[in-house]
Design a binder for this molecule. Structure first.
Ligand SMILES: Nc1ncnc2c1ncn2[C@@H]1O[C@H](COP(=O)(O)OP(=O)(O)OP(=O)(O)O)[C@@H](O)[C@H]1O
Ligand SMILES: [Mg+2]
Length: 360
């Protein structure tokens, strides 16, 4: 007897079905939820807010697509109505989509504006959590500037693909500093501009999430490209996110952009754990007791208060942090006593605490 499909395979076949008005995939629009494959061969899922004029046709298309998969006996579709207000006000951290087997918490490190220090925060968070004894993976989902391999000293890593028992391609993560890593850089020639369209990006991110040998992980940290584009949408609609972390700098423009990031996560029903203010102040290497507020001060705290979010911490601008990134040894490992390393470690602890207390 052939094996039942997994929920991911169900979502994969449904990706091809378009919402007639928006002409986008139902999966991309997050209209398919709660996919369950019962041992009896019955597949059930919820369809969110289909317009009554084409509801029945859509249901039929979904059923036919799913029935092309082996061992599927029947398909049950539940139509649910959801108003944006409900999604916005929800205090839960559920996100959407199907979890990755063996992976406990998925964290997204995001920012509205580029260059604010997402990747620096993400890699230091990863190695600190690993040092604390957690099993950690990092997915570099930044198609436009996949810098994680360099910052974690894995820039020589090559993509390794094996086949699993079902003949499915499985990507093997690289490993350094106690952290497993898969990067978009695996797929991109150095110095080549990337002009991928949404669906292709969508496919690769989903493959890196589901068809990777992550093993058991306490945390999978996803380093996002800047902004509120396709990658954010794909991630939040593919897997349940335990929390998003928004990185900002104290300048007004960056703070304004972080509001957009927050709004996006809220509208996608993803819990935002808090704000990290990076480059909060400059510490001159020859005068470590001095602080200069190059980009202004207090902006992160003010924005966090206005948005009703916790300020997870403030990381100073230090030459050692940049050097650590360039050398592939994050500052929390190379200079654990520095002010920025201490701030980053405290942020990692605050995040771990938030994630574990939300389970209670
Ligand atoms: N606190 C800091 N002190 C010194 N240098 C920093 C600090 N934070 C980040 N940098 C440096 O600034 C540059 C940009 O940081 P990073 O790549 O982490 O930002 P990003 O938000 O991920 O950028 P992108 O949007 O391009 O992905 C890097 O060279 C990094 O080493
Ligand atoms: Mg980055």
């Amino acid at each position: 007897m052939s094996e039942l499909p997994s929920p991911e395979q169900i979502l994969n076949v449904l990706t091809s079905i378009l919402e007639p008005q928006e002409k986008k995939s139902l999966v991309d629009l997050n209209k398919i939820r709660d996919v369950v494959v019962k041992p009896s061969g019955v597949v059930s899922f919820s369809l969110v807010n289909p317009s009554s004029s084409y509801r029945d046709a859509l249901i039929e298309q979904c059923k036919s697509a799913i029935k092309t998969l082996p061992a599927v006996k029947d398909v049950w579709v539940k139509v649910i109505t959801e108003t944006p207000a409900i999604a916005k006000d929800s205090a839960t951290s559920v996100g959407t989509g199907v979890g990755i087997e063996g992976v406990k918490h998925i964290l997204a490190v995001s920012s509205g504006k580029g260059g604010v220090g997402k990747t620096s925060v993400a890699v230091n968070l990863a190695v600190t959590l690993a040092e604390m004894g957690a099993k950690v993976g990092i997915l570099d989902a930044d198609i436009y500037g996949p810098n994680v391999p360099v910052m974690l000293g894995m820039d020589a890593a090559q993509i390794q693909v094996t086949k699993n028992a079902e003949g499915l391609d499985i990507v093997e993560p690289a490993f350094n500093h106690g952290v497993k890593m898969i990067s978009m850089a695996f797929l991109i020639e150095k110095d080549q501009p990337v002009m991928w369209r949404g669906p292709m990006l969508n496919g690769v991110i989903r493959q890196f999430l589901y068809q990777a040998n992550w093993g058991t992980l306490d945390y999978l940290i996803v380093d996002m490209p800047p902004g509120t584009g396709d990658a954010q949408l794909t991630l939040t609609q593919s897997v349940p996110i335990a929390g998003a972390i928004i990185v900002t700098t104290p300048q007004t423009v960056s703070l304004l952009d972080s509001r957009k990031g927050l709004k996006m996560f809220q509208s996608l029903n993803v819990r935002v754990l808090g704000i990290v203010e990076n480059m909060s102040y400059f510490i001159p290497p020859d005068m470590p007791d001095k602080q200069y507020d190059i980009f202004g001060s207090g902006g992160g705290a003010k924005t966090a208060a206005e948005l009703d979010l916790p300020l997870l911490g403030c990381v100073p601008l230090e030459i050692g942090l940049r050097e650590g990134g360039d050398r592939g040894i994050p500052i929390t490992l190379s200079h654990p006593e520095s002010a920025s390393a201490k701030a980053l470690k405290a942020i990692a602890q605050a995040i771990a605490l938030k994630v574990s207390t939300s389970e209670a």
